[in-house]
Unconditional design. Structure first.
Length: 179
């Protein structure tokens, strides 16, 4: 009896709604298609900023396959104007909606701790992948000459093929989500 009462008090992750910079409602943990991709970023993380072109390529490529993409700004000290400015400077407007993770609700729901960190959510809000975009960075300030593993793309391809994700967790390299 106690457990059933407890379950009734926990809101479903899929009903979690946020508003993007334009005020449009989004349910990033309730994908309309096969999956939803959330990319956690901050405006002042050099590694997250360096990934802007790759994030745009991934979001553009997989949008045609039914995957929605959302940038999740994790720094609570940023106001909407600062987020819009960063969003504009890095070429995201018109391609990827952005939200402010007020109260770190999305980070807490998905387990994200680093920027940039990618989360792929499937039906029912289930986190299918969480981790790095690729293996460009070995450690902070130590990039490889060439990417050899495209973890996020592999996870998305496996989800779209109806397969379990081979490596559902990888370690993202970047800046900690400010708490």
């Amino acid at each position: 009896m106690f457990l059933s009462a407890l379950l009734l008090t926990i809101p479903l992750l899929t009903s979690f709604e946020v508003r993007d910079l334009a005020g449009h409602p989004l349910k990033p943990l309730d994908p309309a298609g096969p999956a939803s991709l959330l990319i956690f970023i901050t405006n002042d993380c050099p590694i997250a900023n360096s990934y802007a072109p790759e994030i745009q390529r991934v979001c553009s490529e997989y949008a045609g396959k039914g995957v929605s993409c959302t940038l999740v700004y994790s720094d609570l000290s940023l106001d909407a104007d600062a987020i819009r400015k960063h969003h504009q400077e890095y070429g995201y407007p018109g391609t990827i909606p952005a939200v402010k993770d007020t109260g770190h609700k999305l980070a807490d729901a998905t387990g994200a701790t680093i920027t940039p960190e990618a989360v792929v959510a499937g039906k029912g809000g289930k986190v299918l992948y969480r981790g790095r975009i690729d293996n460009l960075y070995v450690a902070l300030g130590k990039p490889r000459r060439q990417v050899t593993e495209h973890d996020l793309r592999q996870a998305l391809d496996e989800v779209l093929a109806g397969k379990p994700v081979t490596h559902p967790r990888t370690q993202a390299v970047g800046c900690y989500i400010p708490r």
